[in-house]
Design a protein around this ligand. Structure first.
Ligand SMILES: [Fe+2]
Ligand SMILES: [Fe+2]
Length: 263
């Protein structure tokens, strides 16, 4: 089966690029299942019900997220009802809405999807994602497991992937660990010796000639040090994604970077 995984979708430019490019991609690559990180999908900050429905109508099956998922307070009104919206698993267990993983079924395959957040330069109050994800992977049977590891530091992302490979040598060829959050794609889409698929960051789907999706106005933050309100850039979009081919095990991991046509 062919699975498309899309990195952080940033505001209107990201959604516009998806609308323009996704139908063609689904057809051309015979895509069976789509996962997207949606933490910045609504105006750059979080996810609203309207945007959730808009992206669902494009064929996205499961949404993962990250630190920005709570930015738009509307998420609190629907995250518990939507089983296909995940937030990072490694918050404390105390009354946190939503869920950090889910089992999904497509084409007779059980797909376990886990969303976790790194802690280096991210949030020291988070629980340890290494142990929390390991617990879930050891508890569930699956044909394929996708882990969105939403993190800043490349070394933490590699450490996380190698730890999972080390802990699950028998299951590694059914696991794909991919990074999100930096909005910048990395060229290290590998199949590890164990058969595990990996990429450090998929990159964003949003305006490419921008400060990782936000407009140039945010430059004053770097010039003056004063806080600035980020606005999403709406110029030409780019779609960054990976295509995973898998049958009994993962066969390949391929990167896509496609520019939105502008007239
Ligand atoms: Fe993001
Ligand atoms: Fe993030």
């Amino acid at each position: 089966m062919n699975i498309l995984i899309i990195g952080d979708v940033i505001g209107r430019a990201g959604r516009r690029a998806l609308k323009a490019l996704l139908p063609e991609l689904i057809k051309e690559y015979d895509i069976d299942f789509i996962v997207s990180n949606a933490e910045n999908a609504a105006g750059g900050f979080g996810l609203t019900l309207k945007v959730y429905e808009e992206l669902s109508s494009l064929g996205i099956d499961v949404f993962t997220s990250g630190n920005h998922i709570w930015d738009n307070k509307e998420i609190f009104s629907f995250i518990d009802q939507k089983e296909n919206v995940l937030r990072p698993i490694n918050y404390s267990k105390e009354n946190i809405p939503g869920r950090g993983f889910g089992l999904f079924r497509k084409k007779d395959k059980n797909i376990l999807i886990i969303n976790a957040m790194g802690r280096v330069f991210m949030g020291s109050n988070l629980e340890n994602p290494f142990f929390m994800v390991k617990d879930i992977i050891s508890q569930y049977e699956f044909d394929l497991c996708l882990v969105d590891f939403h993190a800043e530091a490349t070394a933490e992302k590699y450490a996380f992937a190698l730890y999972m490979e080390h802990e699950f040598p028998e299951k590694a060829n059914k696991i794909c660990i991919y990074g999100t959050h930096t909005h910048v794609p990395t060229a290290d889409n590998f199949i590890f010796p164990s058969g595990m698929a990996y990429v450090t960051d998929i990159g964003m789907t949003g305006a490419w000639h921008s400060i990782i999706g936000t407009s140039y106005d945010a430059i004053s933050k770097y010039l003056t040090g004063l806080p600035v309100r980020f606005e999403v850039d709406s110029s030409q979009g780019i779609l960054n994604a990976i295509l995973l081919k898998a049958q009994d095990k993962i066969e390949s991991i391929q990167r896509f970077q496609i520019f939105e046509n502008v007239v």
